[in-house]
Design a protein. Structure first.
Lengths: 111, 115
């Protein structure tokens, strides 16, 4: 069974701070997605990374896929209250249409 | 933009009732999914459909059934609702993995409470 472990589970920081969220596995994934979910809403896709070592930037968010395609990180620079939400990573497995989801990191950015 | 809609945002039902949750997507996606989301347990796959009338059990199918009569619509049925089925239900859709990297697009969710 493939698992994705996210850490930390909870993170509460002040506006303007930087943070990194991790997504780790012992399994290789063909792709890795990051989603953000706001309370009472469905997850929204932020980014997909597919190549080992790939780095993608989305404004203040930087996503990295590990060289071996077993792990990923999300770094937020100068966090803002609007970044508050549940961040989920999900891995694609070759030959399957399904995704393996991590349990998420709940981020709170205080003004 | 992909749009996935769910029939209700909030639903309150009584134990033993039959409950229908409907999901519609407008992107002609082959794959559709039903998940439930509970604190501390993350997203758990209930059922998956890869084509009309085709379905596959997920990790927690007990107490649920599904129907996919049209490509754009995927229904989740709780045959006899129980209090332990109180949860957030999320529907998602995706194009075939080879062309889409398995990217899933989610609806807004249905918060179901069973009394």
């Amino acid at each position: 069974t493939q698992l994705l472990e996210q850490s930390p589970q909870f993170l509460s920081i002040q506006e303007g701070e930087n943070l990194t969220v991790y997504c780790n596995s012992s399994s290789v994934f063909s792709s890795l997605q990051w989603y953000r979910q706001e309370p009472g809403e469905g997850p929204v896709l932020l980014v997909t990374v597919v190549t080992g070592g790939e780095v993608k930037k989305l404004k203040r968010l930087t996503f990295q896929f590990g060289d071996a395609r077993k792990d990923s990180s999300l770094h937020i620079t100068a966090a803002q209250p609007g970044d508050t939400g549940l961040y989920l990573c999900a891995g694609g497995v070759g030959g399957s249409e399904k995704l393996v989801f991590g349990k998420g990191t709940k981020l709170t950015v205080n003004p | 933009d992909v749009k996935v809609t769910q029939s209700s945002r909030y639903l309150v039902k009584r134990t033993g009732e039959k409950v229908f949750l409907e999901c519609v997507q407008d992107m002609d996606h082959e794959n559709m999914f039903w998940y439930r989301q509970d604190p501390g347990l993350g997203l758990r796959l209930i059922y998956f459909s890869y084509d009309v009338k085709m379905k596959e059990k997920g990790d927690i199918p007990e107490g649920y059934s599904v129907s996919r009569e049209k490509k754009e619509r995927f229904s989740l049925i709780l045959e006899s609702a129980s209090t332990n089925q109180t949860s957030m239900y999320l529907c998602a859709s995706s194009a075939p993995g080879q062309s889409s990297y398995n990217e899933q697009f989610f609806g807004p969710g249905t918060r179901l409470t069973v009394l």
